[in-house]
Design a protein around this ligand. Structure first.
Ligand code: ADP
Length: 306
């Protein structure tokens, strides 16, 4: 197997998660009281880089933060987990991105993202980070940074022979050039339905098969506590259960899942085995509050479901 400098390089967002617990969410015009504010390091890009590093991967992050306290907090968190930050740039004229998160009584979350510095990540930043992206076995993307940066970085990765994993979150249209390079495209049920249209909602295996026919080399549909469906090329989709876990806070479950998937793919696992491992990481992440604070080390992974 070819040797790479990096298992996983993530091109993506860095946000401060501002989290309040609520009994219920306010209707328009209404005010409700919540818990004390908690500030956690987050952003889908940073989360995935941290989750991959915590599981033992060599991880790097290409992204942008503002020149402010949130930016310092986030740099510190990424550095503590050993993520390479040579291409985490500081933007002087935009605040660090924030995610405003409410967590309901069942651990369900609702999120508003204010992109701030993330919105300044552009193709020039990708050119500057070219050597790192080209030296990654797997390059991982989400859609909290501008699409031109994602498309440019995927092009660099493809030319270098790296594997491209795209988590279509938040859902947005992507060009065929990017979609056809995804191996896999990772979506939850909302994102799958977004791509295929409301009338296609229903059986997750059928969703995965329809998505696989729409361009990506492979597709993973995540189903929360119900596990995942994997469609690898033309093969029939396979359902994988998730270990049972008591959900305290589901923030970051998808990020832990995707990072673990990328790491195992980088280490040479077939997609199905990588997804089995990743479901254990996703389940571990719902058992604790926050995103990065909930990500497991290898010895914290629950056993595979019986
Ligand atoms: P997203 O956060 O992107 O919506 P999911 O909620 O589908 O993603 O979670 C990603 C993965 O994490 C799931 O496929 C599953 O393996 C695991 N997971 C999520 N929620 C739970 C849960 N309540 N119990 C066990 N595993 C879970």
């Amino acid at each position: 197997m070819r040797s790479w400098d990096w298992d996983v390089v993530v091109v993506g967002s860095v946000n401060a998660d501002l989290v309040v617990g609520v009994d219920r969410r306010p209707a328009p015009g209404e005010t409700v009281l919540g818990s004390d504010l908690a500030t956690h390091p987050g952003g889908k890009g940073a989360n995935q880089a941290v989750a991959a590093a915590r599981l033992g991967g060599r991880a790097g992050l290409v992204g942008r933060v503002g020149d402010d306290g949130h930016g310092e907090l986030l740099r510190g968190a990424l550095a503590a987990d050993g993520v390479d930050l040579a291409h985490l740039l500081t933007t002087p004229d935009a605040p660090t991105g924030v995610a405003l998160i409410t967590v309901g009584p069942d651990g369900d979350n609702s999120i508003i993202v204010s992109p701030g510095a993330n919105a300044r990540l552009g193709p020039d930043d990708v050119t500057a980070a070219r050597a790192m992206i080209a030296a990654a076995s797997v390059v991982s993307f989400q859609l909290e940074v501008p699409l031109p940066a994602v498309v440019a970085a995927a092009r660099v990765a493809a030319e270098a022979g790296g594997r491209i994993v795209l988590n279509l979150s938040p859902p947005a249209p992507v060009p065929d050039e990017l979609l056809t390079r995804c191996d896999p495209l990772v979506v939850n049920e909302h994102e799958a339905t977004y791509l295929l249209g409301e009338d296609r909602a229903g059986d997750p295996r059928a969703l995965a098969a329809a998505l696989a026919r729409s361009g990506p080399r492979s597709v993973v549909v995540t189903l929360g506590a119900d596990g995942v469906v994997v469609a690898d090329g033309a093969a029939a989709p396979v359902r994988i259960p998730s270990p049972r876990a008591e959900a305290v806070d589901t923030t970051g479950a998808g990020d832990a899942f995707t990072a673990a998937l990328c790491l195992r793919l980088a280490r040479g696992d077939p997609l199905l085995d990588a997804a089995r491992y990743a479901a254990r990481a996703g389940a571990a992440a719902v058992r604790k509050a926050g995103a990065q604070s909930s990500f497991p080390t290898p010895d914290e992974l629950p056993p595979p479901p019986a």
